[in-house]
Each structure stands twice: as structure tokens, then as C-alpha cells.
Design a protein around this ligand. Structure first.
Ligand code: AMP
Ligand code: ZN
Length: 461
């Protein structure tokens, strides 16, 4: 097997990757809080995780990927106070929390399709595993990690040795971070809720009985419970955006290792933010966010342009959103498609020399900007076209830019191509009336459209 290196947040070092089981990897990727659409910042993190997943596949690992759906317990204060984000979303839209969760989960799955992100093997909703979360809290209680306040059951972080092992921050700095939230009943500023009680005078839509009273789980416990449930003996890699390091992932480790006494995940890999102008993080709560729908689909830009853009920046470097960046990425992706188109359709052999360069780049902590350089070098190399084609299609297993699908399309006039693209978007968006109208428009140019399971196929009448 090739040597694969990842930067591990736990040790702050690039490390050689070794899976627990021989050729299978357990991968847990913290998922969305489903009270709104994913913004393109969230999607940057999911694209990075997809690249990681595909790089593991490319290195012949079988991957068991789990992604949770947070549909309860994530509070607007992001720690232990404030309103449940799901209840807030439900009020905003005059729907139930369950409806909100389902709607935004489906929307995310659709974004995944548009961005060619492979689906996890297991999607798990926090509300489906309440019992597992309660059981874990019971173990922590038995081991004396918990205490009760007027609003819930809390984790006493002073009882967990090495509470800062992931964040590498001294405890005073961690405490400063936690102090924004004032809760005089907490023993330590970093303590966090495992179980919150429902208010006596207002009924929540989502609440459950527990040994401690009616209420709901704290935000962090779901990821501990579901990681341990689904990846019990293969706790290899745990991922998310960098905002999860100091609180969410730190608390997941405290809960899981507190309960099991064993190491919880060997590798922690975090993606940097997508920022808007001025280096400000794009955030759902700030309402400054752009979705795939409004930044790409509504502008008639292929969503894969965003994937291509994300590949241009290393996942550990901040990425700045700009319209100009998107325009350039659009040109870049179209240029790449055209370059491949010129290679013809005959496939030869994968070039081993370039495959080696490609592997070196992907296996060096997912160096995708370097990979894009290798791709350009390949296209300019002194090789026969059919070998170039075969090699680039092989690379696309990781790039995920749907190069072959694009190649199979005939070259159309700009006008027809635009209509075809619009119809594809209409179908992806399930706007069937619009897609039928576009079909009629396209037929006027002398083309038939067939809808197959791999998408639409356009043929001359
Ligand atoms: P959330 O839905 O807020 O729980 O976040 C889902 C995922 O998106 C987490 O892994 C976050 O770390 C990540 N995330 C949130 N904001 C950004 C951002 N601006 N850029 C990149 N990733 C983000
Ligand atoms: Zn999580």
C-alpha cells in the first residue's frame, strides 16, 4: 500500500496514516444542523471530506463513512444556552421541527448530488438514537463525571485529564472562550450540558423522558454515542470544520474517553473556513450566507464550478468568497472540459509516471492544488491522447468533476448548450414544468432528449 499522510490536529503534525483494521477505514464526519439550507461554507467542508473519502478509496481502502444529522439539541448560543436551533427554524417557517429537519436534510442530499459528493454509508439522526445517548450519560454518571444544575445534567470537565489534548490551548484560554456564556451554576466555565431539562412552563416539540427528567440531549453527546455505536472497533478518522475543535470535538473526546477509558479516534482532520469579504466566517446564524442555489444555480453556473474552486485551495487554508473567483473557476473548469474533449474518445492506458505524481500529491495531506498542476502537466505532456484521456479519467475518481459524463456529450452550439444546462438544472431541482418547456425549445434546434438514470442524453433527431 502507498504511504498516506494526513495532518492530525491531535498532534499538530503530518502523520503517516494507519487504519485499525487492515484495509478498511472508519470515517466519522460531523454533519449539519438541519434548520436551514447548507451554505457554501458548510459545503466547502463537505467537499474536503468527500476528497478525503475518495483518496482513501483510491488507496484501496474500503471506507465506512458515518455522517450525523443534528436535528435536536444544538442551541443558538452554540454551548448550553439559548433556543434550540430546530425550534427556532420551525417558528420561522411555521412548521414542526420534524418537518424542518426532513426538509433541510433532503435539501442537503440534493446539494451532495449536485456537487458529486459521495453519500456516506450511514446517515444517522440524533433523534433516532436518544436511548444510546441516555445510556452513555448513565455511564458518565456512574463514573462520577456528571452533576446536576437547575437546567440540566452537566459534564465536569475538571474530572477529565487532558481536557485540552485536541485544542492544545491552556485551560485558562479555553475557559476564556467558554466564559461568553454566563451560567453561575456551572462548576467550571468549560463544563457542558449532557442533558437539558425542558422548561416547566413551555412544552418543547422534541423532548424525551430520561432518568433525570423530561428533556433533550446536549449537542455533543450525539456524536459520541453514534460514533461508538457505528464505528466501535474502527475509530480511525473524525472530521469537521476548524470551528469544532475547541468545543464540540474537545467535548466529544471528554465524553467518549471518559465513558470507555479508551482512545476515541486516532486522527482528527479539520478543514479551514470559507470566509466572506474581510475574513469573516460565513455562518448560518449571521444570515450572511450563500447557498448553492442562490450563488450558482440561479446564476446558471454549474455547481461543479464550486467543487473546482474548492480544489484550488488546500483544505487547511482559508478560502475567500468572491464573484470574480467563481467566474475564473467557471472559465477554468470549462477550459479543462474542452482540453479533455480535444483528446478524442478513445481510451488507452493509465500513464504510470503521472499516476505516481498524482498519488504523491493526494497522499501528501490531500494536496489538491498540486494535483491540478499535475493535471495541466499531463495535458501538455508528450503522450498519446488516448493515454492522457485514460489517465485523467482515472484521476477524476478523486477530482469528482464528472469529466467522462461531460465528454460523452456532443459539442453543441452555445445556444443549445445553454438550454441543455438549464434543463439539467431544472431536473436536478425537480422543476418538471420548466424542464418540459426547455425540452420543446431544444427540439426546435433538431435534438431529442432522453432521460436516463445517468442524466439526460441529447441526440440529433
Ligand atoms: P453546522 O451545520 O453549522 O453544524 O456545520 C456543519 C459543518 O460545516 C461543520 O463541519 C462546520 O465546521 C462546517 N462549517 C461551518 N461554517 C463553515 C465555514 N464558513 N466554512 C467552512 N466550514 C464551515
Ligand atoms: Zn459532531
Amino acid at each position: 500500500m502507498n504511504k498516506l499522510y494526513f495532518y492530525n490536529t491531535l498532534t499538530r503534525k503530518k502523520e503517516i496514516f494507519k487504519s485499525i483494521k487492515k484495509s478498511e477505514v472508519g470515517l466519522y464526519t460531523c454533519g449539519p444542523t438541519v434548520y436551514n439550507f447548507a451554505h457554501i461554507g458548510n459545503l466547502r467542508t463537505y467537499i474536503f471530506e468527500d476528497i478525503l473519502n475518495r483518496v482513501l478509496f483510491y488507496n484501496n481502502y474500503k471506507v465506512k463513512r458515518v455522517m450525523n444529522i443534528t436535528d435536536v439539541g444544538h442551541l443558538t448560543g452554540d454551548q448550553n444556552m439559548g433556543e434550540d436551533k430546530l425550534e427556532k427554524g420551525a417558528k420561522r417557517e411555521n412548521r414542526t421541527t420534524w418537518e424542518i429537519a426532513e426538509f433541510y436534510t433532503e435539501a442537503l442530499k440534493n446539494d451532495f448530488k449536485l456537487l458529486n459528493i459521495l453519500e456516506p454509508n450511514i446517515w444517522c439522526k440524533a433523534t433516532d438514537y436518544i436511548k444510546e445517548q441516555i445510556d452513555l450519560i448513565k455511564i458518565l454518571e456512574k463514573k462520577n463525571y456528571t452533576y446536576k444544575t437547575s437546567d440540566g445534567i452537566y459534564y465536569d470537565t475538571s474530572k477529565f485529564k487532558d481536557y485540552n489534548k485536541l485544542s492544545h490551548l491552556d485551560l485558562d484560554t479555553l475557559r476564556e472562550g467558554a466564559r461568553i456564556e454566563i451560567n453561575i451554576e456551572k462548576k467550571n466555565p468549560t463544563d457542558f450540558a449532557l442533558w437539558k431539562f425542558s422548561h416547566k412552563d413551555s412544552k418543547r416539540q422534541m423532548e424525551w423522558g430520561s432518568p433525570w427528567g423530561i428533556g433533550f440531549p446536549g449537542w455533543h453527546i450525539e456524536c459520541s454515542a453514534m460514533s461508538l455505536k457505528f464505528l466501535a472497533d474502527q475509530l480511525d478518522i473524525h472530521c469537521g470544520g476548524i470551528d469544532l475543535i475547541n468545543i464540540h470535538h474537545t467535548n466529544e473526546i471528554a465524553q467518549s474517553e471518559g465513558a470507555t477509558g479508551k482512545k476515541f479516534f486516532n486522527y482528527w482532520i479539520h478543514g479551514a473556513f470559507l470566509n466572506i469579504e474581510g475574513g469573516k466566517k460565513m455562518a448560518k446564524s449571521e444570515e450572511n450566507f450563500l447557498t448553492l442555489e442562490n450563488a450558482f444555480i440561479k446564476q446558471n453556473i454549474n455547481p461543479l464550478v464550486y467543487r473546482f474552486l474548492a480544489l484550488q485551495v488546500h483544505y487547511r487554508k482559508p478560502m475567500e468568497y468572491s464573484q470574480e473567483g467563481i467566474k475564473n473557476a467557471q472559465k477554468g473548469l470549462n477550459h479543462l472540459y474542452n482540453q479533455v474533449m480535444e483528446l478524442g474518445k478513445e481510451k488507452g492506458e493509465v500513464d504510470n509516471n503521472f499516476k505516481k505524481k498524482f498519488l504523491e500529491a493526494i497522499n501528501d495531506d490531500l494536496n489538491m492544488p498540486q494535483v491540478l498542476g499535475v493535471v495541466q502537466e499531463l495535458l501538455k505532456a508528450n503522450l498519446v491522447d488516448k493515454d492522457k484521456l485514460k489517465t485523467i479519467l482515472d484521476f477524476d475518481k478523486v477530482l469528482g468533476l464528472r469529466i467522462e459524463e461531460n465528454l460523452m456529450q456532443e459539442k453543441f452550439s452555445d445556444q443549445v448548450q445553454k438550454l441543455i444546462d438549464l434543463r439539467k438544472l431544472a431536473r436536478d431541482e425537480k422543476e418538471f414544468i420548466k424542464s418540459d418547456e426547455l425540452r420543446i425549445e431544444i427540439e426546435k434546434f433538431g435534438y431529442n432528449i432522453e432521460d436516463t438514470k445517468d442524466g439526460q442524453r441529447v441526440k440529433k433527431i
